[in-house]
Design a binder for this molecule. Structure first.
Ligand code: KG4
Ligand code: ZN
Length: 337
């Protein structure tokens, strides 16, 4: 390690993934992720259990990231953590470790905005989008259209006013009797179903905003009525139900993305967050991009779901600009980009 090298240890603990990553001179060396399976049987993330699991997993995950990086623990230039948005109890575990490490090693502390980091996942590997670009960030907690002007200069131009799209996938999956997280299962069954078999609402919000709470209620009442007539309705129609729900969700996402692209006149389009793993969304987007002449960027799956590599990437840019946090920094459950 030379004196000009920038090496950062980064931590992500905002929701139910405990993750650590080491970045050296802008190159991510590793990305260690411990996924919490404790929530599966509850049908969603239980905040109290999430913070306890972070407490158990954090040190082993960090030790693995440090040892596999080959960098001695007293040679880091800085330590970074997710300040928000996220679950307060989960965030506290990461920020407390980062402060203690910064204090012990006498190195700067860097706070990272989780939503900015999802966008910056696009800079971990090639091909990288060029500025300005539009990023559709779709996860279990967020649905945002972001105008990205530079690495650390972003503007939210549209977002959901209620549920996130991942939440809509998971909640409708739960109504179909599928375990948490149901998004990947809807994706799997949808591949064998007819997206036009049933019609679920396509909610259109003003401006570039989204609303995903209506579809959950629509599916709930639809299933209630059908099950009265045929108790086997779900089993007999699962692929068609999944395909039809997924169709509505993708339509809603793409209507506003197309509007945003027209409004800003851009051709550089990116997608980020856990829901970008959805094969229906990926395929539809690829076709749309080819038709419209967009350059489409989709990160590797491990950088779409919550991970510390994206936190490390964001921290690298902040380090270069000298943007450090003071020791009395506190996590924020809600945090704007
Ligand atoms: O980004 P992420 O790992 O965590 C949050 O920050 O929320 O996203 C998790 C979300 C969950 O709602 C999960 O159901 C959804 O991403 N998801 C999917 C797929 N894979 C993950 N949704 C639909 N299709 C998928 N293949
Ligand atoms: Zn996330």
């Amino acid at each position: 390690m030379g004196t000009n090298d920038i090496s950062i240890l980064a931590i992500e603990s905002s929701c139910d993934e405990t993750s650590a990553s080491v970045i050296l001179n802008g190159k991510v060396l590793n990305n260690i992720v411990a996924t919490q399976s404790v929530h599966e049987k509850y049908g969603g993330v239980v905040p109290e259990l999430a913070s306890r699991a972070h407490q158990e997993n954090l040190i082993p995950v960090i030790l693995e990231a440090i040892s596999s990086s080959g960098i001695s623990k007293d040679k880091f230039s800085a330590v970074a953590f997710t300040r928000g948005p996220g679950l307060m109890g989960s965030l506290l575990v990461g920020v407390s470790f980062a402060k203690a490490f910064a204090y012990a090693q006498k190195i700067p502390l860097i706070e990272v905005n989780h939503m900015q980091a999802h966008v910056l996942a696009h800079f971990i590997e090639d091909p990288k989008p060029s500025f300005p670009f539009i990023c559709l960030t779709v996860s279990g907690g967020h649905t945002q259209l972001v105008l990205v002007k530079d690495h650390l200069e972003m503007e939210v131009i549209g977002e959901t006013q209620d549920d996130a799209v991942g939440e809509a996938f998971d909640k409708t999956a739960k109504l179909l009797g599928l375990p948490y997280p149901g998004g990947p299962l809807i994706d799997k069954y949808a591949a064998q179903g007819n997206p036009r078999a049933f019609q679920f609402p396509i909610t259109r919000m003003p401006a570039l905003n989204y609303s995903f709470s209506g579809i959950k209620t629509a599916v709930l009442y639809f299933l209630r009525d059908q099950l009265k007539v045929n108790p086997q309705f779900i089993e007999e129609n699962l692929p068609d139900l999944c395909a039809s729900i997924q169709y509505s969700l993708i339509e809603m996402l793409l209507i506003k993305l197309k509007e945003a692209v027209n409004q800003y006149g851009l051709k550089e389009i990116a997608i980020a967050g856990g829901v970008s793993a959805n094969s229906g969304l990926r395929n539809t987007l690829k076709e749309l991009a080819a038709k419209k002449g967009w350059n489409l960027y989709v990160p590797k799956f491990e950088y779409c779901t919550d991970n510390a590599a994206m936190i490390a990437m964001a921290a690298h840019y902040k380090y270069q600009k000298g943007e450090f946090s003071s020791m009395d920094v506190t996590p924020l459950a809600k945090m704007k980009i």
